[in-house]
Design a protein around this ligand. Sequence first.
Ligand SMILES: [Zn+2]
Length: 296
Amino acid sequence: MMRKRILISLPVFLVCIGSWFLLSGEPPLWKTLSGSNRNVQTGHHLVPILCFHDVNGAGPYSVSIQEFRNYLDILKKENIRVWPLKKVMEHARQNKLMKQPTMAITIDDDFENIARVAAPILREYDYPATFFVYTKDINNHPRGGMAWEDLHRLLAEGFDVQNHSHTHTAFHEPRPHENQEQFARRVTQEIITSREILEEHLPGHKIWAFAYPMGYYSPYLESRVRDAGYDLILTVDAAPVDLTANFSGIMDRYTIQKEYVDDPMAMFYKQIAYARQTYKSAEVAQVEEGPEHGLK
Ligand SMILES: [Zn+2]
């Protein structure tokens, strides 16, 4: 009895849906998403976001200049294109697949070497990158550090600069003896005051992304960053961006490192394998052929 009702009601349901589309003038969802026909489309749906630190620096997350060049050479040789982070976010929002394997490059902290070492090398390869900086130390180290004029130059060269907090400390939970109000004020300074400082010193440049310092976060911190109006939150949770998933406002990054993984190069090639994976769908729009996204 139950089964019969389902059998009768399914065609009725389909007719109703069909007439709704005709009457409403709205195209069905698959047409909106995939263009004028319903061919199943294949594209690349995983986009790893690389997170570098300390190019020519020291420590477990550092890479030498030669290692940095080697990573970029491999991307070139393996035909992985590098897109600006913002462009990847826009595709994730619209669930657009990529026609070619694609990654994005970010570099955190590294006030010593972003402007002097990493950016000139990235320019040689014509690879865009987003630099996540924290505001407390900008201009505080006139010799080795980063000055506002460095950031002006990087922006003029086509790179992106986004927010990595004010003090680069852990602020995902209150400190011992810190009450809720004090903690909330501290978080405001880390996520909102820092953005004001960046936007004040970089006129005309919008700060739309926030990367958690050291990867620490909590539901409270996440809700504060969302409430602050950022378009995107970056973690270091090492998962590629899935362009078929509902956009959550959060994208994970893969940290390039040498001490906490057995074989850093194998892990890097794993990111390449992710970027190469393909997905077939009638319901996800294929990315249009558009201009390539180099630095300029
Ligand atoms: Zn950092």
